[in-house]
Write a protein that binds this ligand. Structure first.
Ligand code: DGY
Length: 328
């Protein structure tokens, strides 16, 4: 019988990272990568001291019901809306996430999605593949919207939002933002960004980019009435979380030409995509891949492991969310 501590790795990770973990822990791994049902997760958590989890696993009072020995659930993700943090604190379980290591990769992707959306890149590719391109044309080829010297409006100006702002400066864009709290003067200057109300941002931005965390208060931050404020030539990009946008209202707006186009990496009820969104041609769809480069996914796993090891060694995890649970 091994006396190594037992941990759970709830989803597939790179095999060398798993092998490294197995040197120190008895690992219940899930390299098959099938998402556990809530009942399975509850059972899996019942006999481990630590768990590496992802946004696919909801860690709440029910999941923790039998998790008597669990000290830490380390999310391999910066967003942690899959955590019921008060319930975790009540059970004495440390909650951690993976900030910083994915900022630039995610900001790169936000910008790529914005460019693809504004310039209709995937729609054009489908058009070419369908054999519809028979000649170069001034007016009868897919015409897009400019990014350069346009106004980008960023809602949610944390690390990733600021990364997108800095990229926008390279395109000569005017940057406006809305956030729960205003940035310091120095940070605003570094991003060349001006703070505006949400309404002003929606009315004036040519491109609206959503990068705010999901909370119940942020549910449907963008719905029909917000879309109605936007320019008919505007694009909307969501790399935040499903539920921030009312996907049904967005599909209606895209179908009726209320806005020009949308780029979505996240969806309400993902991996399901609202069937009306699938019917829209003026949309770029991606399967929640903003942080998906091998280098960054590895760094996310490494940071989650660092958090887990610290917690199990009585040290404060570097990205502890519920600091009140940690007792030195
Ligand atoms: C994150 O890190 O929050 C990404 O969206 C992956 O869940």
């Amino acid at each position: 019988m091994s006396n190594k501590p037992k941990i759970l790795v709830s989803r597939a990770i790179f095999s060398d990272q798993l092998a490294e973990l197995e040197k120190s822990f008895q690992v219940r791994s899930n390299q098959a990568d099938r998402v556990f049902t809530p009942a399975e997760l509850q059972k899996e958590l019942s006999n481990v001291v630590g768990a590496l989890v992802t946004g696919s696993e909801r860690i709440d009072a029910s999941a923790l019901q039998n998790a008597k020995d669990l000290k830490i659930a380390a999310n391999i993700s910066v967003g942690y809306n899959n955590f019921d943090v008060p319930a975790m604190s009540l059970s004495g379980v440390m909650a951690t996430n993976t900030p910083d290591v994915l900022t630039d990769t995610t900001a790169d992707f936000g910008f790529a999605l914005l460019m693809a959306t504004a310039r209709r890149i995937t729609e054009s590719e489908h058009w070419v593949r369908a054999g519809k391109w028979d000649q170069w044309s001034i007016v009868n080829n897919p015409l897009g919207m400019d990014l350069h010297h346009s106004t980008i409006g960023i809602i949610g100006m944390g690390r990733i939002g600021q990364g997108i702002a800095k990229r926008a400066l390279g395109f000569g864009m005017k940057v406006i933002y809305h956030n729960r709290s205003r940035l310091s003067e120095a940070n605003e200057k570094a991003c060349g960004a001006s703070y505006v109300s949400k309404e002003e941002l929606l009315r004036t931005a040519d491109h609206v980019v959503l990068v705010l965390p999901y909370t119940p208060q942020n549910h449907h931050t963008i719905g029909a009435s917000e879309i109605a404020l936007m320019k008919p030539t505007a694009t909307l990009i969501n790399i935040a979380r499903g539920g921030i946008v009312d996907d049904e209202a967005l599909a209606k707006a895209l179908q009726s030409g209320k806005i020009f186009a949308a780029g979505l990496d996240v969806f309400e009820g993902e991996p399901q995509v609202h069937p009306e969104l699938l019917k829209c041609s003026n949309i770029v769809l991606a399967p929640h891949i903003a942080s998906a480069t091998e280098k960054t996914r590895r760094a996310m796993v490494d940071l989650a492991v660092e958090n887990l090891r610290a917690a199990l060694n009585g040290k404060k995890p570097p990205s502890l969310i519920n600091t009140e649970v940690f007792k030195a």
